[in-house]
Design a protein around this ligand. Sequence first.
Ligand code: ZN
Ligand code: ZN
Length: 80
Amino acid sequence: MDDGSSQGRCARFVCDICGHTYRNLKALGDHKNKHKGLTVCPVCRRVLSNIPNLRMHLRSVHRLERDEIYRIIPPQDQIR
Ligand SMILES: [Zn+2]
Ligand SMILES: [Zn+2]
């Protein structure tokens, strides 16, 4: 284990669309939302890297209320 190659053989999660690698499935899932167009700001069309960033963008840049944001971007765990 302790041979100095910390990143060599551990499981990596690779995006099959753009080839980016992530250290865990959740990060890859967040990233893939980008390819689905779920992280595009509906106001200014800017593409954010993931949904939490898009929510923060809507709040800080466009001054949207929390309720407003959740109506535009429903919480992921409530989508089935
Ligand atoms: Zn990708
Ligand atoms: Zn925007």
